[in-house]
Write a protein that binds this ligand. Sequence first.
Ligand code: FES
Ligand code: MG
Length: 576
Amino acid sequence: MARKDPKDLRSARWFAPDDLRSFGHRSRMMQLGYAEEEYRDRPVIGVLSTWSELNTCHSHFPERVQDVKRGVAQAGGFAVEMPTLSVDESFTKPTSMLYRNLLAMETEEMIRSHPLDGVVLMGGCDKTTPGLIMGALSAGVPMIFLSAGPMLRGNYAGKVLGSGSDAWKYWDERRAGNIGDDEWQGIQAGIARSAGTCMTMGTASTMTAIAEAMGLSLPGSSSIPAVDSAHQRMSAACGRRIVDMVWDDMTPDMIVTDAACRNAAIVAMATGCSTNAVVHLIAMARRAGVSLTLDDLDALGRSTPLIANVRPAGKDYLMEDFYLAGGLSALMKQLENMLDCSAMTVSGKSLEENLKNARVYNSDVIRPLSNPVYHEGSLAVLRGNLCPDGAVMKPAACDPRFHFHEGPALVFDSYPEMKAAIDDESLDVTPDHVLVLRNAGPQGGPGFPEWGMLPVPKALIRQGHRDMLRLSDARMSGTSYGACILHVAPESFVGGPLALLQTGDIVRLDLPGRRLDMLVDEDELARRREAWISPKPRFERGYGYMFARHVTQADQGCDFDFLQSDFGRTVGEPDI
Ligand code: FES
Ligand code: MG
């Protein structure tokens, strides 16, 4: 590759000319304490950090930023830390998903408006990965994604605890009266023991795996636990590598191709694939101008076996085990024949070269294709008169007895209404019922909250039931499990057919046939549609107002229409 001339660096537009503007930029760099030789004719690297003191998964970022900066300096670049919106999964309400696109917008605009030649994107807690990548894809400068890394495995009284999954599990036991205060306190203290993202194969680990499989992270980086010293070394390596990527002018359009998006989807399926990944994958692909549809994902889901034996889809292990078993490189090695290994990656090498020395060290954690955890991938896309534009389900995460099911609907119009009813022990519900929550989609939630793993009613819990068929236009946490149908599109809030379902109607799921229907005749549905009144808008001002006007439906990736790559004229570089 031809090396870039220093005068062609993007940052040189700010710093090089002998004019009043550039005089101002250089004098302000002096104000920051930097002499010209420290940054002139060198790649200026933005280290985009999604840190905040309330982002529990990224609490190690202030140190890691220094490691990245060390690497940038070693390679002859000049690094600056740029904070971006810190979208954390634990505290952000009503849902972090409301703010993914805001992070994407901020990322794109921070890059475009500043003298940056390349960026290292530091994220990991669920929405930060797609948010940063979507924005940086649109900005178009060379980039590397550095994952926060998973936290250490949880522990209480000799039992291993997994993020999310075990919280749900033990909460049901507490609701059933089987867990006392002391034990509950112990679980609370032991389930999140260190910096890092959720250590099940939830959304965070699926998304960071996707980033790596897309070619946007250095090989093996996404599996390294946050507090492992290998994570520090990898951070410095990202710093060194991004400088070379700038000199080589290796922009993300050379990496995020059709093949890269397909590779990412296959890897997602093989890991157990948080359902959230579907929405983010579609949105990221679209930013790169690649069309990836729900039907493409269903097809890949049918042909890709699930081989990561990591909870919640797998049985026994957590991300630390996955890392020690060889990590994502080892998993991708198993899939080599299904992937397009000619795809280029940020390492400057093809996937094939990156995977040359990858090996599995524990074949119970990372299974061979001949002994998968589940014969198909982790995802199924349903269609039918309840979800003409699709709905998703994780076949591997639910009991096969639900794969074909008919039962009466028990419908709730809002989350508070559902929450109040669910603990009422006199609730008229049987194990065959289909629990339904609507007005919980992108517009209705608002922001598409993770309410889709609806709690099993207390009345059923007491009878020993722990799963039932649940249906909503919400998402669910990647650490959730159970017979949950999600992402019904169009959502009920905008008049999707889910809005017409009534308590007592029979819902039919045929998972092998990929169908989801309500057994209500057309005339009756037409009558109900006539009588349907559209709900009041959720927001009348502020960011939510803009969100509601521009967010697309789940099957389209929930990006803002005006941020998609095919919307309007390219923005281009700013005048300086
Ligand atoms: Fe941050 Fe789960 S809460 S990854
Ligand atoms: Mg999550």
